[in-house]
Ligand binder design. Sequence first.
Ligand SMILES: C[S@@+](CC[C@H](N)C(=O)[O-])C[C@H]1O[C@@H](n2cnc3c(N)ncnc32)[C@H](O)[C@@H]1O
Length: 238
Amino acid sequence: MRESRVPWNSQFVPCGISGTEFTEYAAHSPMRKHTKLSCKDVIPINAARMFRNPAPVLLTNTVSSLIESAGRRVLEVGAGCLRNAIYLQRRGYAVTVLEVKGIELRFPEQYDRFKRSGGKVLYEIPNDRFDWALSTFVVETICDVRTRTALVRAIRMQLCMDGFCVFSVRGPKDLVTATAEGIPVSDGYLTPGRSFARSYTRSQFERMLHTCSFDKLTFLHRERVKAPEYLHVVASFH
Ligand SMILES: C[S@@+](CC[C@H](N)C(=O)[O-])C[C@H]1O[C@@H](n2cnc3c(N)ncnc32)[C@H](O)[C@@H]1O
């Protein structure tokens, strides 16, 4: 296990636990139960992977009609392979992406195409205002709770007065493998693929967003679904 703290931004560095150590560690449940690792002990691998289609939340009736009538300046935080950013760009939005360094090396073609069509890629929180923002399956992949909260607060600060942010995060039903086979770290798990993941229940995510000054929340799952696979939320503050 590594001794020095390596920031989450150090993408593509293999986790501090080797493959064999992981298998042994994960296989011995007493160890798993009695050892609590923090994000200082591990270096999770970036969870971004290739998807052909935009995130499901963008295709819901609620979100597609909301963004139809919203302004054109969009900030996507944690855009990964750019599946959402390119989809929105093709529909006439001016998209700025906030990502971590190194991500372009994983999806060079997509980043090149996006930038050639006028898309902006930033590695630091911009000093700008956006009509709305989007962040799908990002928050729950950030191991350090303070970094995670700071990022959501930063999104809130980038929005216009009548702006909103569309979030998707994984619910407990979608994280069965990590919960069963992963290593407990911080408030989630290092998955067998050695990325970090935690899930959010509706009330946990509500609390998180309220802490970050998003006080008006519209959850998109049906009221009677108590434990949705994914949480999709439109968050605003007006
Ligand atoms: C699981 S991927 C999701 C990508 C994309 N949103 C999607 O739905 O396909 C998580 C993404 O969040 C990015 N990310 C993690 N920490 C971040 C941070 N502090 N600031 C910006 N992006 C971050 C990762 O680089 C990665 O691309």
